[in-house]
Write a protein that binds this ligand. Structure first.
Ligand SMILES: *Cc1c(COP(=O)(O)O)cnc(C)c1O
Length: 345
């Protein structure tokens, strides 16, 4: 990259690795994998894989074959599974790839068999009603003779530890494990790991918590990974009573200085984030004023000695922003797009 973008995503590789190790330690009997779909939840899947593989992570999960191709050659020993399985139009790539499809339907299983089979993963739906074979289909012989590496299911309500569906899905998955031979069994996402050791099985599949999301209060060991910095494009003086931004929704209560930052909703900094949002310059807090535009925001700089070309850090505390905006931590992270220049430490 050229190093000239006015918007930075600062990524903390040691916190990423520390989060993976912490999640692994919560399920000591299981291997700990990593969900890297959506380009590593917006942080850059190749960079994530390189760091986690070096730390010892050997199992990665992406969504599509396009994502698998974009990863290029994986580090030695790393395995990749493609969660959306194998559509008819994926078969050439799936057959040629070292990655395994996660077969999700009777049709996908038949397609894989007809093409010659080979190691694969299988998703069985135990209650989220999203992707996966039904329990009856899986138990009824649809999988006979298949060389299953990992048999998996996905929890619907793991981020609500008291939800009754967690135990229902666990019981169903335990029965599947008795009935269907596979090398490994996997149920838990980030929040699922924190439901306790019964949910760990052989392999866990955390995503959001690796990247600094805090899916449940019990995830006490998770550190932030991503921080946002935007450059000041202009500083302007406004008089008491002057309005700032679209809709003139904010009027200066006194004469002040406004810094205009290169960040907006087209960068994933959604309009819903405005109430309570702020930037910082060292220990100075600069509250956001007015509406968030497509590419710009304004902050009140009366208390900070900042000027054109300076960089400000935006508040990007995922749990707090999520509660305040109603956007999920997943949406907040995956919304950060390619106009950011990524810097890993
Ligand atoms: C996305 C995903 C995960 C990771 O979920 P998090 O909630 O981000 O930890 C695990 N398994 C499957 C099947 C997924 O789709």
């Amino acid at each position: 990259m050229s190093g000239s973008a006015p918007l930075r995503l600062l990524l903390d590789g040691s916190s990423l690795v520390a989060n993976w190790r912490w999640l692994a330690a919560q399920a000591p009997g299981a291997a700990c994998g990593a969900a890297i779909k959506a380009d590593g939840y917006g942080l850059g899947a190749r960079d994530v894989v390189a760091r986690l593989a070096q730390a010892g992570c050997a199992d990665f999960f992406c969504a599509t074959w396009a994502e698998a191709a974009a990863l290029g050659e994986l580090p030695g020993g790393a395995r990749l599974a493609v969660l959306h399985g194998a559509r008819a139009e994926d078969m050439d790539q799936a057959r040629a790839s070292r990655a395994r499809p996660v077969l999700n339907s009777v049709e996908q299983v038949a397609r894989w068999r007809e093409a010659g089979g080979g190691p694969c993963d299988v998703m069985v739906d135990t209650g989220i009603n999203r992707l996966g074979l039904g329990i009856e289909e899986a138990m009824g012989g649809a999988l006979a003779g298949l060389r299953i590496d990992t048999l998996m299911s996905h929890l619907a309500c793991a981020d609500e530890p008291d939800h009754r569906l967690n135990a229902v899905q666990l019981t169903a998955f335990q029965a599947l494990r008795q009935a269907i031979p596979a090398a490994r069994y996997s149920l838990a996402n980030s929040a699922g790991i924190l439901l306790g050791p019964d949910y760990a099985f052989d392999l866990t599949r955390p995503g959001i918590a690796l990247y600094g999301g805090v899916p449940v209060a019990a995830a006490t060991g998770i550190r932030p990974v991503a921080a946002i910095e935007a450059q000041i494009l202009q500083v302007r003086a406004v008089r008491a009573g002057d309005a700032v931004g679209y809709g003139a929704t904010w009027q200066a209560p006194a004469d002040t200085r406004i810094a205009i930052l290169n960040l907006g909703y087209a960068d994933g900094y959604m309009r819903l984030l405005a109430p309570g949002a702020f930037a910082t310059a060292g220990d100075r807090v600069l509250p956001l004023v007015g509406r968030i535009s497509m590419d710009l925001i304004a902050v009140d700089a009366r208390n900070a000695d900042v000027g054109e070309g300076d960089w400000l850090r935006l508040d990007f505390d995922l749990p707090r922003l999520s509660v305040r905006s109603g956007l999920s931590q997943y949406e907040l992270l995956t919304g950060l797009n390619l106009r950011f220049e990524r810097y890993w430490n």
